[in-house]
Ligand binder design. Structure first.
Ligand SMILES: [Zn+2]
Length: 233
């Protein structure tokens, strides 16, 4: 049972976190996706999945992928909470830029105790989102479910607000920041080229200056629709 891992090893924590991310939208995670995300061979993923299943952290049906059990979900959210609190603390208190926090948090998340994380969270007034806009799971293990879509799915003429950027790559994060594409920013979509071509957007809405961004990077930007507030009758 779960007692096999009284304190979870670093690799178990990484697996649970990756499986959570891959199955967040409800689909089971495929072994090949897990292998890609962790940059390991599929054969070693199969071995680990078997161990995780024996320990009660995942449910695995051959050829149908892997899902976290309630116990596995609880542990995954604990690790994600540690990661996102660390990123927020590094950003807000230690002046790390948003493209620098991820790698540091990847290292620290396995070492930080829940006590340290709780103290950091309190010092930050229990933040709800990390510097990339991702929701931070609560101490009790609940997390806000995003009902957002990606910028690549937004049609011309629509006005949206950036909720989160799902990317850890420092170069792409710097690129987005340099273009003002940060959580909280409102923009409108002017046009979308066919066949996954570039998307023309205006920051701040129709009056802003136009800029084109690629389809691939737009799939990493999570947005939500903005209600129009008309003042005229
Ligand atoms: Zn991160």
């Amino acid at each position: 049972m779960a007692d096999d891992f009284p304190t979870l090893s670093r690799s178990v924590e990484d697996y649970l976190k990756v499986i959570y991310g891959l199955s967040e939208k409800g689909a089971a995670a495929a072994t090949s996706q897990i292998a890609d995300s962790l940059d390991v061979q599929p054969a070693s993923v199969s071995g680990m999945i078997k161990r995780l299943a024996e320990s009660g952290y995942v449910e695995h049906a051959p050829y149908h992928g892997v899902r976290l059990s309630p116990e596995g979900t609880r542990e995954a959210l604990r690790i994600i909470r540690r990661h996102r609190i660390l990123e927020t603390y590094l950003s807000q208190r230690l002046s790390y830029s948003w493209d620098d926090v991820h790698d540091e948090a990847e290292r620290l998340e396995h070492a930080a105790s829940d006590e340290l994380i709780d103290r950091m969270a309190r010092a930050l007034n229990d933040p709800r989102h990390d510097p990339h806009g991702a929701p931070i799971p609560t101490r009790e293990g609940s997390v806000e479910v995003a009902d957002d879509l990606t910028l690549a799915e937004v049609g011309p003429g629509e006005r949206v607000q950036i909720r989160a950027v799902r990317d850890n790559d420092p170069d792409r994060l710097r690129y987005l920041k340099a273009r003002g594409l940060l959580p909280g920013v409102i923009l409108s979509v002017d046009s979308r080229a066919p066949f996954n071509g570039p998307i023309t957007i205006r920051l701040g809405g129709p009056g802003g200056s136009a800029q084109a961004i690629g389809h691939e990077i737009a799939t990493r930007i999570r947005v939500a629709g903005v209600q129009e507030h008309r003042t005229d009758p």
